[in-house]
Design a binder for this molecule. Structure first.
Ligand code: TYD
Length: 227
């Protein structure tokens, strides 16, 4: 068959604890990819579509905390279903590079490893919501949670309170860092840990090198999709 269809785009997800600098790095990477004349779509989770943003507001307000982590997992999945169907899958189909601030690994780390949702329910919900739309590359930004929480606090407006997850104890955030580390170790093909404690320009450079190595310098090895 000849190439009358555009090549599938790439899904790159950014993960990590609070205040690790994902949005700054997404801005750097999108500028780099655009300089290569690639179409880039920047989005986030929970959210990214109008329906998913409604779920985001409810989740981050803490209104569902008392329902427990399984119910929160179901809500994150509901938001993700709409996000994939309306935004991510169509963008990938037309060949765009989708940069997503958090995705399924946040559910694994926050609700699974930290929230204690049983692995079988996690797998079922993830398979049913994410399906084949797995990330090509997941960049896990790693930072001491004490520093991350401080950064998150500094970027909040004076009248803003910490959201549902930021407000958790330091022990929660330390366990979260460990959970992301475990994800990276379990999925070395798909995930790359990035040291986010160095200056932002250096983090951006590491990410750029990683992208070049994975997608542009490696001959036929252009996809690293694995769950
Ligand atoms: P956000 O303000 O986007 O946080 P950050 O800037 O740290 O990314 O809020 C998203 C919050 O939702 C964040 O605390 C992580 C949490 N979250 C989950 O618990 N599970 C999920 O599946 C996702 C996508 C996010």
């Amino acid at each position: 068959m000849t190439g009358s269809f555009p090549t599938r785009g790439r899904l790159i997800t950014f993960e990590g604890g609070e205040g690790v600098g994902k949005s700054t790095q997404i801005a750097f990477l999108s500028a780099y990819l655009r300089s290569l004349h690639l179409e880039v779509v920047v989005t986030r989770e929970p959210g990214g579509t109008s329906k998913a943003e409604i779920i985001r507001r409810a989740l981050l307000s803490g209104a569902f905390k008392s329902f427990g982590p399984l119910a929160e997992t179901a809500l994150f999945a509901a938001a993700r279903i709409d996000h994939i169907e309306k935004l991510i899958a169509p963008a990938l189909c037309k060949g765009a590079w989708v940069l997503c601030d958090r995705f399924m690994d946040s559910t694994r780390a926050y609700q699974g490893a930290n929230g204690g949702v049983d692995p079988e329910s996690m797998r079922w919900i993830e398979a049913a919501s994410v399906g084949e739309t797995l990330p090509d590359l997941t960049l896990i930004l790693d930072l001491d949670p004490a520093e991350g929480l401080l950064r998150a606090q500094q970027r909040r407006q004076s009248d803003e309170t910490p959201d549902r997850f930021e407000a958790e104890a330091l022990s929660f955030h330390l366990a979260l860092r460990r959970a992301f580390y475990d994800i990276a170790v379990t999925h070395p093909q798909r995930c790359r840990m990035i040291d986010a404690a160095v200056p932002v320009e250096d983090v951006a450079q590491m990410i750029k090198s990683c992208i070049n190595e994975r997608f542009f310098n490696s001959g036929t090895k252009t996809s690293n999709r694995e769950a």
